[in-house]
Design a protein around this ligand. Structure first.
Ligand SMILES: [Zn+2]
Length: 122
C-alpha cells in the first residue's frame, strides 16, 4: 500500500493510510482531517513536534494555542487530571491573555474575567 502523505510503499495493517505516525501527523498538519485516523493526545510523535515548533494541536480543537478561543482553552484546561491544569500551556496562554488584553476585549471575547481584572468601582 501507499502512504497518503509521502507516497512511499509500505506494509501495515488493513486500511492503514500512512507509513508512519510522523506522516500521519504531517498530513493532518497540512489541514486535511481524516475522521478514521484521529490524532491522540498521548501520541509521542505529536508531542515531539509540538515541542519542536511551539505549536500545539489538541485532539478536539485541532487548533494552535494562539488560534484557540476562550471556550477551547477552558475545554482543554478542563481535561487535565487533578491539579496538573495549573501547569498546562493552555492555562498559561489564558493567563497571558487575561493579563495583556483589556477588560473590554475580554468581555467581548467571552472570557471569564477574574476579579482582579475588573475595573475599579467606587
Ligand atoms: Zn509516509
Amino acid at each position: 500500500m501507499k502512504c497518503v502523505n509521502c507516497n512511499a510503499n509500505f506494509s501495515g495493517r488493513e486500511g492503514a493510510k500512512f507509513c508512519s505516525t510522523k506522516c500521519r501527523v504531517a498530513f493532518h498538519r497540512n489541514g486535511e482531517v481524516l475522521e478514521e485516523e484521529p490524532i491522540l493526545e498521548e501520541d509521542p510523535v505529536l508531542e515531539e513536534i509540538a515541542e519542536d515548533d511551539g505549536e500545539y494541536r489538541g485532539s478536539v480543537t485541532n487548533k494552535t494555542l494562539k488560534e484557540m478561543g476562550p471556550d477551547d482553552l477552558y475545554l482543554e484546561i478542563g481535561k487535565y487530571m487533578h491539579d496538573t491544569w495549573a501547569e498546562s500551556q493552555e492555562y498559561a496562554e489564558l493567563m497571558t491573555r487575561l493579563k495583556t488584553m483589556s477588560y473590554e476585549e475580554l468581555q467581548k471575547g467571552g472570557y471569564h474575567i477574574p476579579n482582579w481584572k475588573r475595573p475599579f468601582k467606587k
